[in-house]
Design a protein around this ligand. Sequence first.
Ligand SMILES: Cc1cc2nc3c(=O)[nH]c(=O)nc-3n(C[C@H](O)[C@H](O)[C@H](O)COP(=O)(O)OP(=O)(O)OC[C@H]3O[C@@H](n4cnc5c(N)ncnc54)[C@H](O)[C@@H]3O)c2cc1C
Length: 510
Amino acid sequence: MHIDARTIENNAIIEGDICIVGAGAAGISMALDFMNTKYKVVLLESGGFEYDSRLQELNDGSTSGQKYFPLQSTRLRYFGGTTGHWTGLCTPLDSLDFKKREHVPNSGWPITKTDLDPFYERAQKTLQLGPYNYEYSYWKNQRPNLIAYPLDENIIRTKIWQINPSRFGSLYRDSIINAPNIHLYTYASAINIDANETASAVDSILITNESGKKQEVRAKYFVMACGAIQNARLLLSSRKQATNGLGNDFDVVGRYFMEHLDIKAGELWLFETFETDLYSWGPTKAELALTEGTQFKNKTLNATVSVHSPLAVGKHVKPLIETWQDNDPRKALEQTDNRSLMSKILRLKSKISQPTAFDMDCNAEQAPNPNSRITLSDEIDYFGVQKVHLRWELTPLDKHSIRSTLALIGQQMGASGLGRVKLKEFLEDESDTGFPELVSGGFHHMGTTRMHDDPKKGVVDANCMVHGMTNLFIAGSGCFPTSGAANPTLTLIALSHRLSDYLKENFEAI
Ligand SMILES: Cc1cc2nc3c(=O)[nH]c(=O)nc-3n(C[C@H](O)[C@H](O)[C@H](O)COP(=O)(O)OP(=O)(O)OC[C@H]3O[C@@H](n4cnc5c(N)ncnc54)[C@H](O)[C@@H]3O)c2cc1C
């Protein structure tokens, strides 16, 4: 059922069993899990069903540190959330991403990959992807022209991705609206989380819209699914019962903001052409990565390296951080589409003579860093909520990892007689730990409400429940303690399905 919150009277009280705030990838995935159950779900969405420039302004914020995209352009405020723009590149995290790695400070999840596997399988379906199988051998059997470079498998592995940019807004709109127990409220922006006196439980969430009217939403359980930045913002700005913000007794909310570093890090020069579709875009695509053992031995973070773009094409394509600088995400996307269109045309041209030189685009894990963080700024939005400030801060370990990954792939290319790798200039001086401006992110916001068993080190526990609170949960990539090198949406949807099951199983008990 759908209700436009602008039509509801001022000060009305809305009640449900579970209130989910945010109808994007995470929120919709959870609402689908509760469809046709006995629970009344109140799904609150800040926007309507279409893009709205005025509402988009609510994502505004300032940035410092490593150059970043205008914050307003990195998330969408309407039903379906940022799946309205995403590319749809999916792969699960690796088992190693969940482990505590001595060389990666603050690493280690309180759950393992095996815990998440059944939920990954469900997330594949929610995203309308193929089978939950990311083994190279499986895909090679499906398409024999997926031939991997013959590199030492103990050192270099093939990381498979599946691609399907499902738009949740159109895909799930009818199912959600037609579900009698899902009460979707559009134009319902959450502006405060009101807790009990001891800040141990949420009583209600205050919503508003441009009509100026406000309503209170009461439920047994509340799930914040507004994205990693907006979730942290709402926790930090809800200070009536907790001076530092809800769930923030130990000053962790907003810290450990992580992105995936996206940068041209090298050039691959093959001695002769190598016929394969493995590394090109199709229903799948593959990238090169270091094996777990090699990462531990060389004390690196995780990273994947794409080798699909011929050098002759890549030299015409500007880094994303340069083309994506408009506040309006539609204009920024248009710039990027132009960029990829040009790249497609050039690639077609370059097929005439099979390319032997490729850009090596690195997609790298960022080390969890407490100083890379979201805070509240002094500016307020038109609903009176403080805007955010993002300080994106990288570390020497990030740089070391990219350099080592490229260097090790280069060694293996040489050892196998396939070719040579040339590192980009910014990696040449090993003593230089800084990053050039041309590092982009992947629009992957992670870590601001990280998961940890210890409330001093994390905001949520292994079940995504906010520490110290009995009925407040977070859904989304803000819960990731480390980012791995896998794009986050498949994993955040898997975590959301896991949270749905937890709530169903424990509805009476917790
Ligand atoms: C250009 C681009 C390309 C991308 N490509 C990929 C990719 O290839 N692979 C990948 O894994 N990821 C990709 N991503 C990231 C992906 O879009 C996000 O990981 C995913 O959408 C996050 O899901 P979410 O539900 O946490 O947030 P969102 O999808 O952003 O949804 C959050 C929802 O909450 C609502 N909301 C926000 N604040 C409030 C509030 N106060 N009250 C009520 N509602 C609120 C918003 O309107 C929105 O509908 C890409 C992103 C962009 C921008």
